[in-house]
Write a protein that binds this ligand. Structure first.
Ligand SMILES: NC(=O)C1=CN([C@@H]2O[C@H](COP(=O)(O)OP(=O)(O)OC[C@H]3O[C@@H](n4cnc5c(N)ncnc54)[C@H](O)[C@@H]3O)[C@@H](O)[C@H]2O)C=CC1
Ligand SMILES: O=C(O)[C@@H]1CCC=N1
Length: 280
């Protein structure tokens, strides 16, 4: 029997996961129900596109759900969870994808011994290629973790981390990761236009370069540095290009980018804890 999923939040991450779950046939669209804060238009769009059910009644949302996936922003955790509390029971498995938010904070907001699995996927879930990290909360058993792992393995790879704190790093590296790659592609597209390539040719060349490099990184036993050196002929074009990147400290900037994103995840979790303290 396929599992039933309720999504609390109907944004880009909820849609990416839904699309991936449905494509893998792990979840049937009629077994998914989704809510958001206020946009009827958005819920209608998702209903029409995927055949999911929609509601803003907490009781209806949770009635049949096996997994309750929290897909609102960290700042909306309290407002999103509050109406659900009377209908949340220990048989539900809460799956939070909220960046930075600890399982302990979620349990504290709910005030019940609910199993919570904290998950950090990325939007490549939509095409079954998420790089997902996860950790279990205090009231989740290894069986709960396994059930959620099985669910997310249908939309990509899963790394279970022993220490929940490591999910900040997973977020800085892989949760946000697709955006870094898209940013690079934006730069490649701009450059392609300035050096006289038409948009369609450029798109195909960039895409194939990315896919080919990713496949090489995956299949070759060689380190990225070795692969880079193999492209770089002494006195050639690559060397000239890379010198420019080094001049702008591009690698250092990328390292700093990932560290800052990781710290931001910690700050988001702390901001929610402060919000909770101010409300008590
Ligand atoms: N976008 C991404 O690449 C990733 C996002 N995440 C996490 O996923 C979560 C959602 O991110 P996005 O989809 O990008 O955000 P989004 O802004 O696109 O969607 C947030 C959704 O939450 C809903 N919402 C807000 N308050 C609510 C409430 N009180 N009750 C019910 N629904 C409520 C909004 O109406 C909206 O549908 C965030 O916590 C983020 O940290 C995690 C991994 C990757
Ligand atoms: O930017 C964010 O906060 C979310 C978490 C990881 C990707 N998007």
């Amino acid at each position: 029997m396929t599992k039933k999923v309720a999504f609390i939040g109907a944004g880009s991450m909820a849609e990416a996961m839904m699309a991936g779950f449905f494509h893998s046939q792990m979840i049937e669209p009629r077994h998914a129900i989704i809510s958001n804060r206020s946009s009827d238009e958005r819920l209608t769009f998702l209903q029409d596109k995927y055949g999911v059910r929609t509601t803003r009644y907490p009781q209806a949302l949770l009635a049949d759900a096996d997994f309750v996936v929290l897909t609102m922003k960290p700042k909306d955790a309290v407002s999103g969870l509050a109406p659900l509390i009377p209908y949340l029971h220990e048989h539900h498995i809460l799956v939070s994808v909220m960046a930075g938010v600890s399982t302990a904070s979620i349990v504290d907001v709910i005030g019940k011994k609910i199993p919570v699995i904290r998950v950090m996927p990325n939007t490549s879930a939509a095409v079954g290629k998420s790089a997902t990290g996860m950790a279990k909360g205090a009231y989740a058993t290894p069986q709960h973790l396994e059930a959620v792992k099985e669910l997310f393995q249908t939309i990509g790879t899963v790394a279970v981390v022993d220490d929940e704190e490591q999910l900040h790093a997973v977020t800085g590296l892989a949760g946000s990761g697709p955006a870094y790659i898209y940013y690079l592609v934006e730069a490649m597209e701009k450059a392609a236009s300035e050096i006289g390539l038409n948009r369609e040719d450029a798109k195909e060349l960039i895409l194939q370069t990315l896919i080919g490099s990713a496949q090489m990184l995956k299949n070759s036993p060689k380190a990225p540095e070795t692969l880079r050196k193999e492209v770089t002929s002494p006195g050639g074009t690559t060397e000239a290009g890379l010198k420019e990147l080094q001049k702008h400290q591009c690698q250092e900037a990328f390292i700093q980018c990932i560290k800052v994103a990781t710290n931001r995840s910690k700050e988001l979790g702390e901001a929610l804890r402060n919000q909770m303290l101010n409300q008590t």
